[in-house]
Design a protein around this ligand. Sequence first.
Ligand code: ZN
Ligand code: ZN
Length: 555
Amino acid sequence: MHKKVLVTTAWPYANGPLHLGHLAGSYLPADIFARYNRMIGNETLMVSGTDEHGTPISVQADKEGCPPKEIVDKYHKVIKRSLEDIGCSYNLFTRTTTDNHRKTAQEFFLTLSKNGYIYEKAMELFYCPKCRRFLPDRYVEGTCPKCGAEEARGDQCDACGRTLESTELVNPRCKHCESAPEIRERTHYFFKLSAFQDRLIKWIDSKKDIWRSNVYQFTINWLKEGLKDRPITRDLEWGVSVPIKGAEDKVLYVWFEAVIGYISATKEYFINKGDPDGWVEWWKSPDTETYYFIGKDNIPFHTIIWPAMLLGHGGLNLPTNVPANEFLNLEGGKFSTSRGYAVWLNEYLEHFDPDPLRYCLSINMPESKDADFSWDEFQRRNNEELVSTLGNFAHRVLTFIGRFYDGAIPEPGTLGQRDKSVMEEISATVDIVGMHIQNCEFKKAMAGVMGLASLGNQYFNEKAPWKADKNAGASTLYVSACIVKALSILMVPFLPFSAQKLWNMLGYGDSVHEQQWHSAKEPVKFQSIKDVTPLFKMLEDEDIAEQKAKLESIK
Ligand SMILES: [Zn+2]
Ligand SMILES: [Zn+2]
């Protein structure tokens, strides 16, 4: 049965380029999942965009000495371009500074208010007398009251992952001028999160055996600590203004407003298609499944706060799954945007092809525990696995056909036991890899594809068609070409660029992306192969040394 599948990803802040940690955490797994779902015939929509409000933007604008609008225009372009170039197949990649998003977020606020889940309350806020302004959470730093880490921000502690109220920080200081802020009282709007405690626990319980255990555990622990109402407005100029008379000088808190982007992006996609009501089914129909691909630092917003907002609004689908990834580290250290200790996606793409990176991050995805990216490992996996296993197998088979069978995939003679078992193995791999992707087990899925390439090499060596007569060899070449065909289809979600190249070399003239997943089981056509070239390039030591040196200089 075909269904609708809405695939969403974290909204990157438009205050800098993306790095590999972002890609591995959210965008790549989402893209693999979306591409696969399209191939099994599910109506699939992948949407997201840049988060352009919020204090990280203002912080960057202060740093670069320009208005926030300039910052977000600049980085939206950079981010969007990198995501396209790495092959992320968004149906729409928008931004939160559109009129459509502003209106959608304001309407959402008003509906929650009408339903009784928003109220006004005076709260104590940090005010920096030296900077003469109220300090948003991210402008305050101090010691985490829960775990004692010293570099906690006012909204969240990166060390223990908990969200915080800035006034909970021990030894708070203004991020701007380092002086100790004072506390002043202001009235703000609050979201009645506490009202959803029981409903959320019941809902989360139904996900116990479906969600990743780290996501489930984190969420249930949080819920057991008890939910507190949360302020959803701020004293800032940059943001979506509060749609209430007399409160227009406040803006919606970015964590509240950005998640509504999932809905506004869906709307925008259908508005662009001339079908302004088209989004409704994608949010209200029980036949639509919704997936949120995010990093672990975003878990509470997607498993607690956003579901509570959806429940409070009413009539909207709750998340089907939130397959949050753990963190990717870099050469044994943590990515640090502020220190510039990162491999930036746009810079990577200036030097290397997209697929080798997609491969390395898939086969080593931080799914259930943190993973590490190192340039040596990247080179090794590229040279030994992509070039020597996958690329080499395809190349051997195709060049052999080119040389000894007039460049046309031969019809087989009678298939022997081994030939038949290999054909069965192709079929089984198609099912297993598909199942792993459906379960968001991308490492295992990628390994399954490589396993089939290894089997191909092994089979080709065993059969040694160069020793066999031409007729016996024809069966071997035919079965091998069936493996190559299956590989080119199974590669699509992971290695979309190389998949197309390989498909064309097999003599197919159409797009491999239009093929059904299960057609990988069908035998290859007896057709002429075309323009056979190596699928992947060896990476030389000097290419890698240059990249390593760049990181060493920052470390
Ligand atoms: Zn902490
Ligand atoms: Zn200050």
